[in-house]
Ligand binder design. Sequence first.
Ligand SMILES: Cc1cc2nc3c(=O)[nH]c(=O)nc-3n(C[C@H](O)[C@H](O)[C@H](O)COP(=O)(O)O)c2cc1C
Length: 164
Amino acid sequence: MVYLSTEIYYFSGTGNSLQVAKELQKRIPETELIPIVSLLDRDIIKNKAKTVGFVFPIHALTIPLSVKKFLRKTDLASAEYIFGVATRGKTTHSAFDKIEEMLKRKGKNLDSYFTLTMGHNDPRGKGYLPETDEELVKLESEVDDRLDSIQKIIISQEKRHKFY
Ligand SMILES: Cc1cc2nc3c(=O)[nH]c(=O)nc-3n(C[C@H](O)[C@H](O)[C@H](O)COP(=O)(O)O)c2cc1C
């Protein structure tokens, strides 16, 4: 079997989470990016890496349905360090509580998790107003800084829970 140090499973509607997943791949050696939607027709999803990450957007204050479906099927047997990165518009959320609950049933837990605020892509969201160009530039630069510290935490396998 090919040794992979890290697998990042991602789901992305409009590219924010894909961008984050790609940036993490650049920053973490020997990382494979795997689209969650390509696996949803499987009965069991077997992981191969010791470090496994999930990157996804917040939908309706929690994880998207496809991520929930994926987590139910993933075995995580190989995983020794598990992290999650959520991208969101602007609300609080319970995504990581939900993931913890699902992982517990497999005898696993989230070692670190992070939330990144990015451009909001849901025009039905309460109080939705598109960000201005200046606001987007500022958000992008904040995400870039956060990714640098997230990279360090993942590479050193630090156990750290951080919502914002
Ligand atoms: C159906 C839907 C529901 C969403 N619900 C929330 C939410 O509850 N809270 C929030 O902060 N952002 C919410 N968003 C915004 C996304 O989480 C945010 O824009 C994210 O970065 C999009 O990532 P993506 O481009 O990878 O899909 C929602 C977006 C969609 C499409």
